[in-house]
Design a protein around this ligand. Structure first.
Ligand SMILES: Nc1nc2c(ncn2[C@@H]2O[C@H](COP(=O)(O)OP(=O)(O)OP(=O)(O)O)[C@@H](O)[C@H]2O)c(=O)[nH]1
Ligand SMILES: [Mg+2]
Length: 214
């Protein structure tokens, strides 16, 4: 009983801070996206490919969330994109307070899109509003066909699902079309893209989607 109440309080406090972050993004005219997905699904690779594809007219900033290390932030820095690393030291998701603190360390005056790469995890990040206006889930074909049904909440509340690593489809014994059908069954409003961050296939359509959200 007590445990449930504590969780409720945590989520409600988080929601208040998330609303504050959301107001901040609105005032600054920033599109904030919460990039989620399993460890290794290709979240950072998607960002790298996005910057490589010459996002050109779009000005990005990035918050990187991880338990430990600054590996992802270093990868982003190579593109000259402002980035802050958050280490959760064991925490399995980012929360609105962590994001609010990170915002103070970013030069955001000229930012169009802030990407918040969440901790690699298909469960807990779904519960924590960060103040974002869009949720994006990266799923890779190597994770198997059943992940959307096993972890439905992540997909139910997302605006966009990116099926990554389609270059590996011939080796994975999964059907990209079946994965797409399952995703749309759980969330009929989901925009679904198939990409390969290795070959670049599909990246342009994803960029168009992002541009259209501005
Ligand atoms: N073959 C192939 N490999 C990929 C693709 N995208 C990413 N990878 C590889 O997958 C591994 C994990 O990619 P990351 O971008 O680090 O994944 P991530 O989701 O950011 O991982 P975490 O931040 O640790 O949760 C790396 O070795 C990438 O090179 C792809 O489209 N095809
Ligand atoms: Mg990463």
């Amino acid at each position: 009983m007590t445990k449930i109440k504590v969780i409720k309080n945590i989520l409600s406090a988080n929601k208040n801070t998330a609303d504050k972050n959301r107001r901040f993004f609105r005032e600054k005219g920033i599109l904030a996206v919460n990039l989620m997905g399993s460890p290794g699904s290709g979240k950072t690779s998607l960002l790298e490919k996005t910057f490589e594809a010459g996002a050109g007219d779009l000005r990005f900033a990035v918050i990187e969330g991880d338990l430990a290390t600054s590996h992802d932030a270093k990868r982003i820095k190579r593109f000259g994109v402002p980035v802050v690393q958050i280490n959760t030291h064991g925490g399995c998701h980012l929360d609105a307070n962590m994001v609010g603190r990170a915002l103070k360390e970013l030069p955001l005056a000229h930012t169009d899109i802030l990407v918040i790469e969440n901790v690699g995890n298909l469960v807990c990040p779904a519960d924590f509003d960060l103040g974002e206006s869009k949720r994006i889930v990266v799923l890779s074909v190597t994770e198997g066909e059943d992940k959307i049904e096993k972890y439905p909440f992540m997909f139910k509340f997302a605006g966009c699902c990116i099926l990554n690593k389609i270059d590996l489809l011939p080796y994975c014994n999964v059907s990209d079309e079946r994965i797409k059908r399952t995703a749309l069954k759980i969330n009929k409003d989901l925009d679904f893209f198939k990409v390969s961050c290795k070959t670049g296939e599909g990246i342009n359509r994803w960029l168009e989607w992002l541009r259209a959200k501005l």
